[in-house]
Ligand binder design. Structure first.
Ligand SMILES: [Ca+2]
Ligand SMILES: [Ca+2]
Length: 345
């Protein structure tokens, strides 16, 4: 073919256009569908281009939304309670966890904020969304942290602890932290400098190995190490940072509530009124609230005082959170897929 240059230019332009178009298509296929959060209650449930969202009428109150929720965390910016649901076990269905936004009166704001997509749709998202069996949750530095795990789908797929991170504003998944040497983690706390502490409750059956009871530390640079193992640590569950920046651990295995300095020195041992601790919340004045997941009571320990029970017989009282705007504790009752609210005085 011997064409004059004036005829070649449009053909070359067309080739460039087509090749850039196919490159864009390939890029889109690689990137998958854009990650989106779910809408608050209304229609449509998920943002759809070209469709206007209509919020549910203000005279409609909705309750429910949860499925085996183990923890909650108060989002002071939104004035909403963030609640991760585990869904079913890994052996039944992977990646079915989701995160709800609950109003402070217990009504539902958003059933599925993170995790509006089904398992198959999540595979194609960019960034990809994975939320398997989320347990403890925490907010720090504009990031939502959730203790989760991968694997555990059958005996050939070992369970590995993973800390999921999400941008608190947009809900977009950020980089995970994988703890290759831990099968699963329970609760999570983040210090002011960004250091993450997380509990590995470990062996709970007869003849347990105390070396499996430990607290992990992850530096802001991502270095993973053991903060504390065995000793006074007995099946650690709840973890929180106190107003002095110390690390407080609630043992599931006995009554002890342990306070450690950031360099790992045991500073104080207090006692909850019941063993089986799960939830641990520390208020700005240093008052500790501890829920027993096995005995159903909530212990309050005011600084320098003995523990007192402020509520009893709450079924599977797990990793609670505190709402300072309404001065109330919120307790996920995992086995009941419900939230308990306790106004404080
Ligand atoms: Ca699940
Ligand atoms: Ca817990």
């Amino acid at each position: 073919m011997n064409l004059p240059i004036s005829q070649l230019i449009p053909i070359l332009c067309l080739i460039v256009f087509l090749s850039s178009g196919s490159a864009a298509l390939a890029q889109n296929a690689r990137n998958g569908n854009t990650f989106q959060t779910g809408n608050e209650l209304g229609l449509p449930l998920q943002s759809t281009p070209g469709t206007e969202f209509g919020a549910i009428s203000s005279n409609v109150k909705v309750f429910g939304a949860l499925n085996s929720a183990e923890s909650c965390i108060y989002d002071a910016e939104r004035e909403l309670i963030i609640v991760p649901s585990q869904g079913v076990r890994q052996t039944i269905q992977e990646n079915d966890g989701y995160i709800s936004l609950i109003n402070t009166d217990g009504t539902v704001h958003t059933v599925r904020w993170i995790g509006v997509q089904n398992t198959q749709q999540r595979e194609t998202l960019n960034p990809k969304l994975v939320l398997n069996d989320p347990l403890g949750s925490e907010i720090a530095g504009g990031i939502l942290y959730v203790a989760d795990r991968d694997g555990g789908t059958d005996s050939s797929a070992p369970s590995i602890a993973v800390i999921r991170r999400f941008d608190l504003k947009t809900g977009r998944p950020l980089e995970d932290v994988r703890l290759e040497d831990s099968p699963w983690i329970n609760d999570i706390a983040v210090a002011e400098d960004g250091t993450i502490y997380t509990t590995q409750t470990g062996d709970m059956g007869p003849d347990p190995d105390p070396q499996s009871w430990l607290v992990w530390k992850i530096t802001p640079e991502g270095r993973i190490s053991i903060f504390s193992v065995a000793g006074p640590i007995d099946k650690p569950n709840g973890i929180a940072i106190d107003p002095e920046g110390n690390i407080v651990v609630a043992n599931f295995g006995n009554h002890d509530i342990l306070t450690y300095s950031p360099n790992g020195e045991l500073l104080k041992t207090e006692k909850a009124l019941q063993p089986g601790s799960d939830g641990l919340e520390i208020l700005p004045d240093g008052t500790k609230y501890i829920s027993s997941v096995t005995h159903g009571g909530v212990s309050r320990i005011r600084p320098g005082e003995e523990a007192e029970l402020i509520a009893e017989n709450i079924p599977s009282a797990a990793s609670m959170c505190y709402d300072p705007d309404n001065n109330q504790l919120i307790i996920p009752m995992t086995s009941q897929s419900s939230l308990a609210f306790i106004p404080l005085d």
